[in-house]
Design a protein around this ligand. Structure first.
Ligand SMILES: [Zn+2]
Length: 482
């Protein structure tokens, strides 16, 4: 670590509220949120006038709602002043009028397509002020761009550090960070940074070589693991026969960035002899947004930085906790890309507090169980969704409908297109394969040898009318949730 780096770590440490969580906290992640509310009330007169001078242990759900509403009003003022998109969209909205959660119904939504259409009209700071910029995958030509300032990154480090405390990490523990691919937005960097600032050890290995992963884990005395469940599963399946994984002394495994099925969770827990906890996040909100506690009944959400709502997707109205609907998220503190009432297209529900882990006011998230646009990951994590294929497949006028089945052969994903087509000739087959292979996500996967050349099977017209309408992509891979 260079001298400048040490100074940066020292500064970040001081700004971090995670380091102020008392040792006897029952659920550190919630305590961290309470500290955030109390600190805000100390410096902001408006909030102090509402919740008074409370101690962090006295913060109730009602106080926290007030903290969130205060942050929401502040954020509305901020985005109206600093972003072209919201200056126009929210010109008639008076932030002072938002006093209750029901008042949120009056605030218009932001759609993912709005963000994809004009990402820079959402940026509240100049691009030179960005510490990092991330471009998501998407349909041809339209990619969402999300910016992060240094302040945004520190806020993330803070929540990750608090979450690691909640997972049970302390001074001598070492987190093994296991992501077998280096993405444009490498989660390893944030995780290693969070460990450093929080004072924990970490070891990172991005090699897909399983033996290498094991060696690094052992050499560093890792006590916790975080990574993609499909990869941790591979390690488990291939090493489980050679050594007793329980003897490695791993105390917790955190699964992130991919769906974790219950059967996979059970297999991992049995093999390693520890709990496996699930995480949920979105790039639009800096990834780490919610994490399970040991009770594993829903994911504790980062309510200090994010406001979670669930709406009826047809009426757009808020629904009470416990009811399923579309998840809508507002970034309460984001500086670079502050999104207001962003419709995630995820189907989810919120769970009212308390939780049997000891948390008193934090609302939990029922992990999104399906996306409205049904995304799946193939190759090294590229997201695919029906819209991506619609254009390519329907380019051919003879095609009536289609369904994509994803299977796995060895380590490769196989996409098989079942086509209802008027013309069932080799010409149609070849043109559909060519069109689909040209999609960036598929093309890259084929070049990297992670996806097979797509296949086509013709179906009789009318034979797939029922299933295909409801579900265009069917994931038949064992390790993934459908
Ligand atoms: Zn809990």
């Amino acid at each position: 670590m260079g001298a400048l780096d040490s100074v940066k770590v020292a500064i970040a440490r001081r700004r971090l509220l995670a380091n102020r969580i008392p040792k006897d906290s029952l659920y550190p992640l919630e305590t961290w949120m309470a500290i955030k509310a109390v600190m805000t009330a100390k410096s902001e007169r408006e909030l102090k006038g509402i919740i008074g001078k409370k101690d962090q242990t006295d913060i109730t759900r009602k106080d926290f709602d007030e903290y969130q509403l205060f942050r929401f009003r502040e954020q509305i003022r901020y985005v109206k002043k600093n972003t072209p998109y919201y200056e126009e969209k929210l010109k008639d909205l008076i932030p002072e009028n938002i006093r209750t959660l029901d008042d949120l119904n009056e605030v218009p939504f932001t759609l993912p397509s709005d963000l994809a259409e004009a990402p820079f009209s959402f940026m509240a700071v100049s691009r030179t002020k960005l510490a990092r910029e991330f471009t998501t995958t998407g349909t041809t030509g339209k990619r969402k761009v999300i910016g992060y300032t240094t302040g945004d990154l520190i806020a993330k480090v803070d929540i990750i550090s608090s979450a690691l405390r909640s997972v049970g990490m302390s001074g001598d523990d070492v987190l093994h960070i296991m992501f077998p691919a280096v993405d444009a937005w490498d989660p390893s960097i944030m995780l290693a940074g969070a460990c450093r600032v929080a004072g924990y050890g970490s070891s990172t290995c991005s090699s897909p070589d399983i033996k290498e992963q094991m060696e690094i884990m052992k050499k560093n005395g890792s006590t916790h693991i975080i990574g993609l469940p499909s990869f941790i599963y591979r390690v488990t399946a291939l090493m489980g026969n050679e050594i007793d994984l329980k003897k490695l002394g791993i105390r917790k495994i955190i699964s992130t960035s991919e769906p974790l099925s219950e059967s996979m969770r059970e297999k991992l827990q049995n093999a390693w002899g520890c709990n496996v906890l699930d995480v949920w996040g979105m790039t639009e909100f800096g990834l780490a947004c919610a994490i399970e506690c040991d009770k594993r009944k829903g994911l504790h959400t980062d309510e200090a930085n994010l406001l979670f709502e669930v709406i009826d997707p047809d009426t757009g109205k808020r629904v009470p906790d416990g009811k399923m609907g579309e998840l809508v998220v507002t970034a309460l503190t984001a500086e670079a890309t502050p999104l207001i009432r962003y419709r995630t297209r995820d189907i989810a529900a919120m769970i009212s507090p308390p939780c049997s882990c000891g948390s008193k006011f934090n609302r939990k998230l029922v992990k999104p169980c399906g996306r409205m646009d049904l995304q799946f990951k193939v190759g090294m994590g590229y997201k695919i969704f029906p819209l991506l294929f619609d254009e390519a497949v329907f380019e051919n006028k003879d095609v009536i409908d289609y369904q994509v089945n994803i299977t796995k052969e060895g380590f490769k994903d196989v996409l098989t297109f079942e086509l209802e087509s008027k013309d069932q000739s080799d010409g149609v087959r070849d043109s559909v394969i060519a069109a689909v292979s040209k999609i960036m996500e598929i093309d890259d996967g084929i070049k990297e040898d992670l996806i097979e050349i797509p296949r086509v099977i013709f179906k009789e017209i009318g034979s797939m009318a029922y299933s295909a309408k409801a579900k265009k992509i069917v994931d038949l891979r064992e390790n993934f949730d459908s």
